[in-house]
Design a protein around this ligand. Structure first.
Ligand code: MV4
Length: 495
């Protein structure tokens, strides 16, 4: 049992956790880096501790500083949010040995799901459909060639320590397989300190459909349907929705049951997500399991009228869940757009800097999860997501309309954001028809506007309607200029 929670994270998810703790009568401790002194999570937590310099490796990723902050504040639990230490089995283990509750699954479950070949093996044994390919790690090129011949080309090489698209190589024939095998293995060794690869047949134009799971410590397992996350750019999700346009109640039941079977194999507890690829014939295959609360969890909360964060914490407190699976059906259609401080006209280059003005949409069925405000300076050291716009309505058509109008009302001045590209995607006939796959952004979607750097900006907040054109490049005043781009390591990237 615990009554004080340290949040080992920042941004909107730290604020989301603070709110859930408040509602459960728990007090909160924020930790922050020197770059986050003015961050919202610091302001709204009951206590706060500065844990180090801006660099994630010396703050939000540093076990010792976080454990020390928990000890000096007498916190009883650590909520890791997503990214940073959320899927670090060693960290979860150290929390336990320090007498701190890690709000998440047990270390063994995190560790098994973290090795993608082990995870696949566990799921195969549980009877969950997996993508045809190697039985675990490939021994060498000869081994890879034999497996590729038996499943048929094209095949894909994946790093066992990778995930989320990192370290993947598609091979259309034996020649490419030979070349890529050595490249992929060398890359994996460099990026993940583990050269091991596994091989799969390529699923063409798949849909990315993930199942939300929730389990307590008393053996109760539930699923809260799916989220369709097929709209991605370079493995970064842009838009998520539930229900998926390709889902049927019958398929949802089968995928949900498969996901629960898999979770039971590792005695999973807390919230988790089973990712599947679904092909055009609606065959589904296990891909990865994420052992954390996800960025896109709000669409499930909205569609199912459930508070996943509160439930995650209740499970960590040892409470028993008393849902009835047959009553867990989507009540709403929900969509989320991730608003990033990135410039869609400059290859999505991060655009940290000062938010001069911000107006967020509202009204029934509109939710904005964010931790930024007018005058806030977005630091260049962390993930570029600044807000999530989530809507819900009774039908998909109404949800799309509500999202489209809400995007029009979402104004951010001072830095470029991804709001404009979301409007274009929502206007696209294939998005509106629901006939998109993971190939959407690269193939179906062609941006109408040429990528010319915009020199003038619209001051829409001051004069709505007839907007004024002003110089977008005013004389720099100390920190209002966009700082040099800081390379964020893959580890520091959130999802
Ligand atoms: C695949 C695949 C097709 N066939 N595996 C990308 C993220 C990583 N978790 C696995 N990914 C893929 N694995 C097989 N056997 C296609 C993808 C893929 C993808 C998956 C989900 C969402 C977007 C994607 C974009 C490109 C490729």
């Amino acid at each position: 049992m615990f009554n004080k929670v340290l949040i080992a994270n920042r941004g909107e998810i730290a604020l989301r956790v603070i709110r859930a703790c408040r509602e459960l009568g728990l007090t909160t401790v924020a930790v922050y880096s020197e770059a986050d002194r003015d961050a919202v999570h610091v302001r709204f937590a009951d206590e706060d501790v500065c844990i180090g310099p801006a660099s994630s490796s010396q703050s939000y990723l540093d076990f010792k500083r976080i454990i020390a902050a928990a000890e000096v504040t007498n916190a009883g639990a650590i909520h890791p949010g997503y990214g940073f230490l959320a899927e670090n089995a060693d960290f979860a283990e150290i929390c336990e040995s320090c007498g701190l509750t890690f709000i998440g699954p047990r270390p063994h479950a995190i560790r098994q799901m973290g090795d993608k070949a082990v995870a696949k093996d566990v799921m195969r044994k549980a009877g969950v459909p997996v993508i045809p390919g190697s039985d675990g790690v490939i021994a060498g090129f000869e081994d890879a060639r034999e497996i590729a011949d038996s499943v048929g080309y094209p095949v894909i090489l994946k790093a066992v320590a990778g995930g989320g698209g990192k370290g993947m190589r598609v091979c259309k024939d034996e020649m490419e397989l030979e070349r890529n095998f050595h490249i992929a293995s060398t890359e994996a060794a460099k990026a993940f300190s583990n050269p091991d690869l596994y091989l799969e047949k390529v699923i063409v134009n798949p849909h990315h459909v993930e199942i939300q799971l929730l389990a307590d410590q008393h053996g109760n397992y539930y699923h809260f349907g799916e989220r369709d996350c097929s709209i991605q750019r370079r493995h970064q999700k842009l838009i998520e929705e539930t229900p998926s346009p390709l889902m049927t109640p019958e398929l949802r039941a089968r995928m949900g049951e498969a996901a629960i079977k898999g979770a039971k194999m590792v005695d999973y507890i807390g919230v988790g997500t089973m990712e599947f690829l679904v092909d055009d014939a609606r065959n589904f295959y296990f891909m990865e399991m994420n052992t954390r609360i996800q960025v896109e969890h709000p669409i499930t909360e909205e569609a199912y009228e459930v508070d996943l964060l509160q439930n995650q914490i209740k499970v960590a407190l040892g409470e028993k869940l008393e849902f009835k699976q047959e009553l867990l059906t989507p009540k709403w259609h929900s969509i989320e757009c991730r608003i990033n401080a990135e410039d869609p006209d400059a290859d999505f280059r991060p655009s940290p800097g000062r938010i001069e003005a911000i107006h967020t949409p509202g009204g029934p069925g509109v939710r904005v999860d964010k931790a930024v405000y007018a005058g806030y300076f977005i630091p260049p050291y962390y993930d570029s997501m600044i807000a999530k716009l989530i809507v819900r309505a009774r039908t998909r058509r109404e949800a799309i309309a509500k999202m489209r109008h809400s995007l029009d009302e979402f104004i951010v001045e001072g830095i470029p954001t991804t709001i404009s590209i979301h409007k274009e995607i929502l206007d696209h006939p294939d998005f509106i028809a629901g006939t998109y796959s993971t190939a959407f952004l690269e193939t179906q979607f062609k941006r109408e506007k040429a990528s010319i750097p915009v020199k003038k900006k619209l001051v829409t907040l001051r004069r709505s309607g007839e907007s004024t054109l002003v110089d977008a490049n005013p004389t720099p005043i100390n920190d209002t200029t966009t700082p040099e781009r800081v390379e964020v390591s893959a580890e520091e990237k959130k999802e």
